[in-house]
Design a protein around this ligand. Structure first.
Ligand code: ADP
Ligand code: MG
Length: 342
């Protein structure tokens, strides 16, 4: 076969392999877009674990009519335009891949209205054959993304979807992580028409703790101590559980860098090290931690799912987290808590 440029749809479907693994990854991309658009209220409707419908409605700034089609194109983003921007990312998205990828493997409708537009417009793309249809629609200021029949045109991937229950559990877990990252945003989740979660926007410490308990359980809250400290440009805040709140699994470990959920080796190592000696070998720490760092000092463009980061001063960040968690633990741990090997 001679070398040829791939048709746009096929190229998007290949790219979709990286961002869209399952319904929960679609929800992640869409909710992050809503947050980037300044939404304070996000409603998520799921049917059949997301394999039938994923609908996300927000009250963010909306997309102007003449940008709707562009929003669905690959490498189209309003979030960065220069290398400088790329080196100091403040938004959750920046690749301009998600909508193009999702629309290439689903039947997608994008409906949106901006403040300055008297009416809303809808863009529909099926399997993304590049021609997008625009139609007038009814919608308040904000955006609704509806994704139907995920992977309908990529049967090999559709086959990999698990049961409705499992896929929904992934979505629920993802939204817990997001709910913890933005206490100021109200988030509603329905499955097959039934209200499953309602995270109300919270401002006061008491309201925040209510959300914390809703996500992590009352037991977490009971054993949680809050921490807040800074060092130069670095800030560490959140909650850690004393050893009495330790878990048999690593299911309550939430960590964010500049509002982005992370599964980062360096950070996990620092936290594990801080808990060393306080937990029995079969116990896991429980925590919700937020790390804030100057966006110039961290590279988020290292992993397609953006789960990992690269800190320019890795050692410094590691030690800061380690010391912060360790000292918070020490202040609360009484002698009898400390695990001693039998
Ligand atoms: P990225 O988030 O990396 O920019 P996406 O493909 O996810 O790429 O989105 C493309 C563009 O569409 C965004 O840059 C943004 O301008 C616009 N967009 C997507 N979703 C929303 C939304 N819910 N509200 C407002 N604008 C949106
Ligand atoms: Mg995005």
């Amino acid at each position: 076969m001679p070398i040829q440029i791939l048709p746009a749809r096929l190229a998007n479907q290949i790219a979709a392999g990286e961002v869209v693994e399952r319904p929960a990854s679609v929800v992640k991309e869409l909710v992050e877009n809503s947050l980037d658009a300044g939404a304070t209220k996000i409603e998520i409707d799921i049917d059949k674990g997301g394999s039938r419908t994923i609908r996300i409605r927000d009250n963010g700034q909306g997309i102007p009519k003449d940008e709707l089609e562009l929003a669905l194109s690959r490498h189209a983003t309003s979030k960065i335009s220069t290398l400088d921007d790329l080196e100091a990312i403040a938004s959750l998205g920046f690749r301009g891949e998600a909508l193009a990828s999702i629309s290439s493997v689903s039947r997608l409708t994008l409906t949106s209205r901006t403040e300055s537009q008297p009416e809303a417009w809808s863009a529909y793309a099926e399997g993304r054959d590049m021609q997008v249809q625009l139609k007038p629609a009814a919608h308040p200021v904000g955006t609704t993304l509806e994704v139907l029949d995920l992977f309908f045109n990529t049967p090999a991937r559709r086959k990999f979807l698990r049961t409705e229950k499992t896929e929904f559990a992934h979505i629920d877990e993802l939204l817990k992580r997001i709910a913890l990252s933005r206490f100021d945003v109200s988030i509603l989740l329905r499955h097959n028409g039934k209200l499953i979660r309602q995270y109300r926007a919270s401002e006061t410490q008491a309201q925040k703790e209510r959300r914390l308990a809703a996500v992590c359980g009352q037991g977490f809250l009971q054993h949680a101590v809050s921490l807040e400290l800074g060092h130069g440009d670095l800030r560490l805040s959140g909650w850690i559980c004393t050893p009495q709140g330790a878990r048999a699994q690593n299911d309550l470990q939430y960590c964010y860098v500049n509002g982005r959920m992370m599964k980062d080796k360096l950070i996990n190592h620092a936290i594990r090290q801080a808990f060393e000696g306080a937990l029995a070998p079969e116990q896991y720490a429980a925590y919700v931690l937020f790390i804030e760092v100057d966006p110039h000092q961290v590279d988020v463009n290292v992993h397609p799912a953006k789960h990992e980061v690269r800190f320019h001063h890795a050692r410094l960040v590691h030690d800061f987290i380690y010391q912060g968690v360790q000292s918070a633990l020490q202040q609360t741990v009484v002698e009898s808590d400390i695990y001693t090997a039998p």
